[in-house]
Design a protein around this ligand. Sequence first.
Ligand code: 5AD
Ligand code: SF4
Length: 455
Amino acid sequence: MQKLRDIVTERSNRLGRPFYANVTTFGCQMNAKDSEKLLGILEEAGFTPSEKEASDFVIYNTCTVRDNANQRVYGRLGYLNSLKQKNPDMIIALCGCMMQEPSVVEKIKKSYRFVDLIFGTHNIFKLAELLYRQMTERHMIVDIWDGTDEIVEKLPAERKYSFKSGVNIMYGCNNFCSYCIVPYVRGRERSRSPEDIVDEVKNLVKDGVVEVMLLGQNVNSYGKTLNPPMSFAELLKRVADVEGLERIRFMTSHPKDLSDELIRVMRDCPKVCRHLHLPLQSGSSRILSQMNRVYGKEQYLALAEKIKTEIPDISLTTDIIVGFPGETEDDFQETLDVVRKVRYDSAFTFLYSKRTGTPAAAMENQVPEEIMKDRFDRLLKEVQRISAEVSGKDVGKVMPALVEGLDDHNPGMVTGRLSNNIMVHFPGEASDIGRIIPVKLEESRGFYYMGTRLP
Ligand code: 5AD
Ligand code: SF4
């Protein structure tokens, strides 16, 4: 780190200006969290963070969950190359999930030779060392690890928000859903110790954070490999005990092992937000079995019903994939049926994307694109119709909102997030950011509310 600092200081002195670094994130909350760590390391090394990709050092933290994420990175690399032609000293790095795929790294080595540094998901903590090597040796450095048992604690992080933060509770995934590349690029499940997690949360609270999002590919299997083992529900209770912390969210839950204990803790603990993201993926038991999801349609419906009965004000959201290999119109109708029965507050819908190396990629009966798109459009319409109906249900109520920022479109207004994850716009000013304020929900605008503030 010190050696890197020296070079950065020397460069910055020579240029007579700060040495800028940009971290651009693709993909999920896990990547966003990793990017905060990358930026934390870069700041410690003397870089000045910049929003602009026209910086001295640019790093793309990539995603490969669906092919369009990969295509976006390749597209943007062309743009980076044009920037580098204007500033030959510019350093370009790639990291994240895409880099864990050997075919991607081969392609970059062959066709994108202007890239200076490539590393993966398991060794982001080595950024300073790798960058120092690149800046002294001045050739393409590639360092990808196949996997790791290690969890590196206490990395610096440059948080995007002062009042809320993601907290990793586990890394990797052992579920091997047959369509999904995540277990191959993020490795096996590893849980952090509850002590490390609680310590991090305490430090965040000291630093002004009031809301944390506990992050894992499948938080419900948290702690199974710890010695002694600990359930996710138990961890939630421990985090909720942290004084000064106001709100807890978590992402993502797998329906196969969502316990009654967790439902009870959510119900009884006011700090746990009234929102549960419960990916369905498909409503057809036949397809769910092909997907290796380990639950069927009826089981999912029963679980959703139980959650709604225990926690009536919960907001349920989901992920759905359309066009998994072998999906018929009847299977698709089952998905629509679940959507109509559960009545999600919102749903992320995806076209199935074939990921090389996953079992589903080798399945016969890949669904033709036109059929897939037609189903996708019909699903989206249904999801949006229901979500517009559901999201007006709290008009007239008073609810606490955490103010996240100024409302860009309306001067004199701020944007807040309700416990159930829905946004509300109401009168306020910059000094409200980070505060939790009671708001009367006056009007629903489909996906958000307009409100007035209470004293
Ligand atoms: N094709 C389409 N969607 C996918 N997802 C994961 N893998 C694929 C794929 N191969 C979706 C799932 C998951 C979300 C993060 O991305 O719905 O829940
Ligand atoms: Fe992928 Fe399934 Fe793991 Fe989620 S639970 S990351 S969909 S393999």
